[in-house]
Design a protein around this ligand. Structure first.
Ligand SMILES: [Zn+2]
Length: 502
């Protein structure tokens, strides 16, 4: 094959769990900074040396490294891949002692096709080379006092003046206050540079305190966002790319355009937060910003504004970035004449979100896990075909799965960014005093929405506030119909706890 390359990708497994495995924000920032430095193109390029170059066809995603070398000038491809993996793994291990890495490789004429047909399927089948943290040489060693996960290797002075036994990974995270500024290659550093605000707070308690006075200023939301159906989209591009050289050149820039859409949606959603204009500083912490995935923490009362703006902005930016390519792609798909090869037109990819609200002292790694589960529920409920969201309020409902179904974004926000019928009704519901809403929640749990409606009817005006969340009441044979607003009463009462007051 002329012009064929061998592509070698590296990634960190469960990177969100890894970054959040220690309690404090300072430790997360330190790990995030180290990851950004270690995976920056310059650093990886130096480590790879003559073995490979940084892959210019791959988009930028945190914690992911993509390299390539020409297939033609290598007799022993497998040997060269192995040597490359050895040096890159060793480099990453030095920077992030407790992380798990994996690497996958494949050969072909362009990256997206190799990614869609080789790298992604191999990763899904687990056909990857792993690099795990070394096991303890002394099984009886003291556990690390910061993470309780790995054995301690030494005793160090801590920021609070004490001395603690730490593992290698926590030693990397144990930096002084002056060093906790985000590296400009980290998700937080890039966001700050992009929007030009003062840096965010030093710890999660201070972050929660940036919420509105009415919020109690002690709850945080953890939000996980991920693109829908990007695999389908990339595979379609890879399939048609062999028939259309122009489409093939467009692919090289597409990953980059999608990463840019993710970052721009994050910047826009951050700037539109009420707390941003109130405090004129960064009021959220981005933990991970990948090609199409994002994980952030922010004050709980800002969560819905952020989520709805991010999902809508992402959809708009991705539609813009993919419009020409989609046109071309769909023409090619429609032209396929082989029998049984009818391919439906593809729409622009969207994103879904999982939102978890809890007290600021709740362990972040548990919230990250839960946000990931809510995200999976939201995607599953709509088959990845439209923007959607699922949420859990740990303080109100406990840590188990939520009792309400996920919602489509279109229920909560209109296509042009305005308030939907449900959003307007939710804003009205927030004006019902919280103690009344609690009684309505209990009545709804015990006897269903009609029992709650009967209770609401006893207070002037409250029935009007809950009516959009009830089945149509004018006809008794329609009581099994969905509520007019698209949101059920118990879900609405739950949402109203952190719904922004209009
Ligand atoms: Zn540790």
């Amino acid at each position: 094959m002329t012009g064929s390359h061998v592509y070698v990708d590296f990634g960190a497994a469960r990177i969100q769990q890894y970054l959040t495995r220690t309690a404090g924000l300072r430790g997360h920032r330190a790990a995030s900074n180290c990851l950004a430095q270690a995976t920056a193109a310059g650093a990886v390029g130096r480590v790879a040396g003559d073995l490979a170059e940084v892959n210019p066809e791959a988009g930028k995603a945190d914690g992911v490294v993509s390299l390539r070398f020409p297939a033609r000038d290598t007799d022993d491809v497998e040997g060269r891949v192995r040597r490359l993996q050895d040096v890159v793994f060793a480099h990453l291990r030095r920077a992030l002692p407790g992380a798990e890495f994996h690497s996958v490789w494949g050969e072909g004429e362009f990256y997206l096709a190799v990614y869609a047909h080789v790298l992604r399927p191999k990763s899904q089948r687990g056909q990857v080379r792993h690099d795990l943290p070394p096991v303890a040489e002394f099984p009886l060693a003291l556990p690390c006092r910061m993470c309780q996960i790995d054995p301690a290797v030494g005793v160090e002075p801590m920021a609070d003046g004490t001395r603690q036994a730490l593992c290698l990974d926590c030693s990397m995270r144990n930096v002084s206050r002056s060093q906790t500024v985000a590296d400009e290659r980290s998700p937080e550093g890039r966001l700050l540079r992009g929007i030009g605000l003062a840096p965010g707070p030093d710890d999660f308690t201070a972050l929660a305190a940036l919420g509105s006075a009415a919020s109690g200023r002690n709850h945080l939301a953890t939000i996980a966002v991920d693109g829908n159906a990007f695999g389908v989209f990339f595979k379609a591009l890879a399939d048609e790319g062999s028939r259309d050289p122009e489409l093939r050149t467009a692919k090289a820039t597409l990953s980059e355009a999608l990463s840019a859409a993710t970052r721009e949606a994050l910047a826009n959603a951050t700037l539109e937060l009420p707390s941003t204009s109130q405090h004129e500083r960064l009021c959220l912490v981005p933990h991970v910003v990948g090609g199409d995935d994002v994980l952030v923490s922010l004050p709980a009362d800002q969560a819905w504004q952020f989520t709805l703006t991010f999902l809508a902005e992402f959809e708009r930016l991705v539609r813009e970035a993919t419009a020409d390519i989609l046109d071309r792609l769909n023409r090619l798909r429609a032209d396929r004449r082989e029998p049984g090869a009818h391919l439906p037109a593809l729409g622009p990819p969207t994103a879904s979100a999982g939102v978890v609200v809890a007290h600021a002292s709740h362990p972040l790694n548990l919230l990250v896990e839960s946000a990931g589960q809510r995200l999976a529920e939201a995607k599953r409920a709509f088959g990845g075909r439209e923007a959607s969201v699922q949420w859990l309020d740990v303080t109100a409902d406990g840590p188990e799965a939520p009792g309400h179904p996920p919602l489509a974004l279109s229920v909560l926000r209109t296509g042009n960014g305005g308030a939907s019928m449900a959003a307007t009704a939710l804003s009205r519901l927030t004006r019902v005093p919280a103690s009344h809403r609690e009684r309505l929640t209990e009545a709804s749990r015990a006897g269903g929405p009609l029992t709650a409606a009967a209770l609401a009817d006893r207070v002037v005006g409250h029935l009007d506030a809950v009516r959009p969340f009830l089945p149509p009441l004018d006809r008794l044979d329609r009581l099994d119909q969905p509520p007019v607003s698209g949101v059920g009463l118990s879900a609405a009462l739950n949402l109203s706890r952190w719904w922004p007051c209009a």
